[in-house]
Unconditional design. Structure first.
Length: 268
């Protein structure tokens, strides 16, 4: 099965195996990488993995909502668009797709820099790191990117280099259900693809809001798991973006993506 076919099977939501990784704190393709749970500016990258990612991704800024941001992604010009997915050696590369929820969040932050300017921002499930990059570009005082996949952490550093930014700190562990950090803003895109994970997010985000008065912004193109979850009744629509044609094709015809503000009531 070609990688392109693998993509089409998963466009409406990341597969259950990936959701289980968030719940069980897995996420590394090798023991060596699992031991590395935090990166900071200046940390060296494994030359072999760097070379592999540079060879098997394409630098692009077109076909997405944020042409200001250059990213290494899997595109039709890449070998693994057609190769069998089990030949990819580092676990499913979900970070190599610029998901529409993340695109909407990044576009909103770039257009409204006051949302992050001078504030501390946590980008949860950061993937390619685009939303964290948008926050840095827009003047956030502190940015932490979080993803359970160590290779995503490496890709984020490469993407920072592409955009002439010093790498922001990156944590490679499951922080859902941990103690609520003192963040001014938490952003997360395309994370509501599994009911149990969505329940955990709902509980943890609500705790962050109540204990730290954290603001939460969620990006999602309207996946079924998101629209049918109980969190939906506690969301305020901030803005909706029409997706570029290329992103529509990548996402099985989804036409728009929305940024939501999460505002749980005190009674819940």
């Amino acid at each position: 099965m070609a990688f392109c076919s693998w993509k089409w099977l998963h466009l409406l939501g990341r597969p259950n195996t990936f959701a289980k990784a968030w719940r069980s704190r897995r996420g590394g393709p090798s023991l060596r990488w699992e031991r590395c749970c935090h990166w900071s500016a200046g940390k060296s990258l494994d030359p072999e993995v760097r070379a592999f990612l540079e060879e098997n991704t394409e630098v692009t800024s077109s076909g997405h909502l944020t042409p200001e941001i250059r990213l290494r992604l899997l595109t039709p010009h890449c070998r693994f668009w057609r190769e069998k997915p089990d030949l990819w050696p580092y676990g499913d590369p979900f970070w190599a797709i610029y998901w529409p929820g993340g695109q909407a969040l990044s576009r909103y932050i770039l257009d409204n820099p006051h949302v992050v300017k001078g504030r501390s921002v946590l980008d949860l499930g950061s993937g390619c790191g685009a939303t964290a990059i948008a926050a840095v570009m827009s003047g956030a005082s502190q940015v932490l990117a979080n993803d359970i996949d160590p290779i995503a952490g490496m890709a984020m550093i490469l993407n920072c280099e592409l955009n002439n930014l010093n790498p922001f700190p990156i944590t490679i562990k499951n922080i859902i259900n941990s103690e609520a950090g003192n963040w001014d803003l938490i952003v997360l895109g395309d994370m509501f693809y599994d009911e149990q994970l969505a329940d955990g997010l709902h509980h943890w985000l609500r705790k962050c809001i109540r204990t730290q008065q954290t603001e939460v912004l969620i990006g999602d193109p309207g996946r079924y798991q998101f629209l049918t979850h109980s969190i939906r009744s506690q969301l305020h629509k901030v803005i909706e973006y029409s997706l570029p044609e290329y992103t529509r094709q990548e996402n099985n015809g989804l036409t728009s993506s929305i940024v939501w503000s999460y505002q749980p009531s005190n009674s819940l």
